[in-house]
Ligand binder design. Structure first.
Ligand code: ADP
Ligand code: MG
Length: 321
């Protein structure tokens, strides 16, 4: 089965004009999302993950803006007016459910209103869909007239998932959807999101700093560092054979439950991600990379033909040739 491309980002750039000059929060990023696929975007805080999500949906806060590149949804170029797709074709789930929910309205009213705003259905049908939607995310439909504050964090995020799926979008962008939840309910909420999207053939971009979340949920993984794509590949491939030293570091610093590593101190990548106004020349990861050589300090690598953006791989290839 060959999957069809639903979303394509071509060399996008999100930049901010500041006193220190123009900062690129997302720099020359290209990737695709296939129909029905879950793409995980992972990287440390400040890597540009949320800005990438915001760019797709046209929600970059000024003074930030999409300053270069193209965004394609199906065969339509959408970066000129992405608002058009928001809510209907693409919906968004944020870390804090209260960002998406109005505290003054019942969850039922919010579901019905969202459905009526985007779908050609009667109020009666919208109400039925709202009830079904709640049941699907494991909430007793009897609670349709409850207010958001009456639910726990995990239940609220379930309501948000119902809201995000209510308009039958083709793509859901979930930005740290379980980061604010208790560890004990994180997996349940992720599994729910995954199952409902799979059933509908809905594509998902799952944004998280947590390699563990990505590993358990995604079909493919994109690793971002300092606004740039470091590596992209199938989840199995990336987890079993991470190519970029940054990906290797992320993996080594992710807690694992296997007996071997239990109780051992976790690895930490030395140093911190550079600020956007202090990026080194060459590879942005070079100050933290134990393999960095001359070329890494001078030339910027890019992801090409299934290889990570790392000069090390180039050297290996040249050496092997
Ligand atoms: N108003 C702004 N002016 C300048 N830089 C900003 C502004 N808002 C965000 N940024 C920068 O954009 C970068 C990417 O942020 P973000 O996409 O939120 O990262 P992530 O979601 O990966 O943690 C960060 O380095 C952040 O400092
Ligand atoms: Mg973020």
């Amino acid at each position: 089965m060959t999957a069809k491309t639903l979303l394509e980002l071509k060399n996008i750039e999100v930049s901010f004009k500041t006193r220190h000059g123009v900062l690129k929060a997302v720099d020359d990023l290209s990737l695709t999302v296939q129909e029905g696929e879950i793409l995980g975007i992972v990287g440390e805080s400040g890597a540009g993950k949320s800005m990438t999500g915001a760019a797709i949906i046209g929600l970059i806060d000024p003074p930030g803006r999409l300053s270069a590149g193209e965004i394609w949804f199906g065969d339509e170029r959408v970066d000129e007016q992405p608002q058009r797709l928001r809510g209907r074709e693409i919906s968004m789930i944020f870390q804090d459910p209260l960002t998406s929910l109005n505290p003054l309205r019942t969850v039922g009213d919010q579901l019905v209103e969202t459905i009526l705003a985007h779908m050609p259905v009667s109020r009666e049908e919208a109400e039925q869909r709202a009830l079904d939607g709640l049941a699907e995310v494991g909430i007793d439909p009897e609670r349709i007239n409850a207010y958001p504050h009456a639910f726990s964090g995990g239940m609220r995020q379930r309501v948000v998932i119902a809201l995000a799926l209510a308009t039958e979008p083709k793509l859901v962008i979930a930005d740290e959807p379980t980061t604010a939840l208790d560890v004990s309910v994180q997996a349940q909420v992720l599994d729910l999101l995954k199952r409902l999207c799979r059933e509908r053939g809905t594509s998902v971009i799952l944004i998280t700093h947590d390699m563990g979340v990505i590993a358990q949920t995604s079909d493919r993984i994109a690793v971002m560092y300092a606004g740039r794509l470091a590596e992209i590949g199938g989840t199995r491939e990336v987890l079993t054979n991470p190519q970029h030293p940054y990906t290797q570091g992320l993996m080594a610093s992710t807690p694992s439950v296997d007996a071997k590593s239990f109780g051992q101190a976790l690895f930490q990548i030395p140093g911190a991600m550079p600020k956007l106004d202090a990026l080194p020349p060459g590879c942005a990861f070079n100050p933290r990379c134990q393999h960095a050589h001359e070329r890494c300090l001078q030339e910027r690598p890019s992801v090409q033909a299934g290889r990570a953006a790392c000069w090390l791989l180039e050297t290996e290839q040249e050496g092997a040739a």
